[in-house]
Design a protein around this ligand. Sequence first.
Ligand code: FE2
Ligand code: FE2
Length: 303
Amino acid sequence: MGRPGFPIPYIRVESVSVTTVLHVSDLHFGRPASSERLNSLRELIAEIGPDAVAISGDLTQRCTKKEFVQAREYLDKIEEVAPYVVIPGNHDIRWLGAVARNMGGLFRQQAHNFKYSRYTRFISENLSPSLEVPGAVIAGVNTAHGIVRGSLTKRFRDLGVIGHVKRADIERVREIFKSASPDAARIVMIHHNPIRGELTGRHGLANTEQALHAFADLGTELILCGHDHLQAIHNVERGVHGLVISTAGTISNRLRPGRASSFNLVAIDERTLRITTYAWQDPGSFAPSEERSYTRRAVSRPA
Ligand SMILES: [Fe+2]
Ligand SMILES: [Fe+2]
C-alpha cells in the first residue's frame, strides 16, 4: 500500500509466455552413436525443461533389434523429464526386406507391416503422431517409405534414402491443426530435409515444393526436419505467409567434415519465433552457437 498522500504506484507486469521445443535428430543408435553426447543431451534436456522434445527420425543405424532397444531406453529417460514426439527416419525401416517380400507375392499390407515392424514394436505403433502443448502443436509426418512409387528417384544412391509426403498426411495435418487451440503455433515435423544441404547439395524429399506449399497453406509456421546431418535454419517464402525451417544436425558420429554434433532449441512467444543451435564443443558439452529470430506473421487459419 502507498504512503498517505502518495498515490499507489501502478505497476503493470506483462507476463510473456514462452513455449520451448527442443528439436533433435539422427541419434543413430548403433555404431555411430556417441554415448558421451547422448548422455550430455539427456542432462541438458532435464536442465532446460522444454515444453516438448521433437525427435525427427533416424533413431537407429541399421534398424536392428539391439539398436531399437537402446533407443527405447533412451526415449523412456527423456519421457521422465519432458513429453516427446518422434517419427521414423529412413534408417528405421526394413525397406529392403519389404521390397523382397512384396516381390515374393505377399500382400502389400504385409510388406508394409514388415517394413515398420521393428519401429512399431519398440518405438510406437503410430508412425505419424502429434503432440499439443500450451502454445504449440506438432504434427509428425512420416516421410520414410523406402522404395515406393512416390519416393522413386533417378539417382541410384538415393534409392530408399529420399522420402515423400503423402497426400493423405497433408489432410491428416489439416485435421490436427483444425482441432488444436487457435493460439498454438502450427509445427510440422518430417524426417527428410526439404532445403538442399549446405555441403551435400541434396534435399531429401521427392515432392518438396508441393509439400512446402501445402503445409504453408495449412497455417504451418515452422517445419522441423533432420536427415542431412548438418544443422540449418531457413526462412522461405512459400504459400501465403512463408515458413521457417529448422534442420537439426546429428548427435551421432556420422558428421559432415569439420562440423560438430548439434540440436536446435525453438522458443516461441506471442511475437517471436527464435531458434538457437547448440553445438558440441570442447571440453565436451553442448553450447549455443547460432541464433535466429523471426517476427511471427499474422497467420490466417484455414477454415
Ligand atoms: Fe541420419
Ligand atoms: Fe535419414
